[in-house]
Design a protein around this ligand. Sequence first.
Ligand code: 3HC
Length: 333
Amino acid sequence: MYAQSIRSTGKAVQSLEDMSAEDRQFQERINRGEKIEPKDYMPAAYRENLIRQIGQHAHSEIVGQLPEGNWISRAPTLERKANLLAKVQDEAGHGLYLYCAAETLGVSRDDLFGMLHTGKMKYSSIFNYPTLTWADMGAVGWLVDGAAIMNQVPLQNTSYGPYARAMVRICKEESFHQRQGFHIMIAMAKNGNDEQHRMAQDALNRFWYPSLMMFGPSDKDSVHSAQSMAWKIKMNTNDELRQKFVDATVPQAEFLGLSIPDDHLNWNEKTNQYNYSEPDWNEFNDVLAGNGPCNTERLDARKKAWSDGAWVREGMMAHAAKKAERKAERQAV
Ligand code: 3HC
């Protein structure tokens, strides 16, 4: 079982027979669908891999506020502004649930932020692209949140309890985000004037392939999938989810009267799914290496937010220390 020799956290996936007794019991719990809780035994690599994935996910939620925050003051109506503001606030909340889930694995939030700021931990590639027009708010909700949901709904069944429970609430809110994005696209692409339709098409053209990249490299290049799936940290491969996303999104584009920017897109009667063109993986690797259009801007914004908030953290620490001191004094009397 799990005999694939695919590289994952540096090692091949071990078979049950090759595991220590403790690791075998752990794997059997996972295979039975039991949830692993913070105080339960877990192999060090399971813990590390979860911290990596949950941390990257948390950072994505937080950095993901930036491209949309850019449009709050320029939303076309009060209702759109309120919706966008609520959405951006939700993303902050998602980041916080996920940081809390990561903290249950013994990593501190300061360390997680430190790893983001020094580039040791990643955040989703998608947030390194600019949002140039209001139609991009529609495309981000429709495509980016749509891709996020496709990935995150199965994660509600992930093996680590705190992560799975955080995903339940996150998915409910993400589905509101996807709908508000699609609603903007309907207003512009279906019910709007020619110029609004053109803006919606332009937003789809720019966000289509970066959205496909959100699912990660193709399965043959994914280093973590085999082990993460054996541990049910991931429930599907990158290509499986990318295909599901394409199959769900193409009819939505048709409904909107928009064209997916892929000349090779066609329905495959045999597989009952769309054939589509792969994204440019050189571009993906470039963005991951820090060379996307907005990498520097995004990271600088996060580092500035961290240093601007230093006085708040210091004040809260001083307050907590004072409270602890008073409590100790009362107990001593
Ligand atoms: N952006 C940045 N890095 C990516 C990436 C992407 N789109 N896709 C893959 N990578 C990185 C991986 O992190 C890994 O690098 P690392 O070893 O330094 O961590 C490397 O590329 C190899 O990829 P793998 O396929 O081996 O990595 P994973 O098995 O971790 O799969 C994943 C990648 C599918 C993104 C998986 O980590 C996952 O499902 N994560 C949870 C969901 C998540 O993080 N979503 C972020 C989306 S944005 C969001 O949720 C905000 C919302 O409000 C829109």
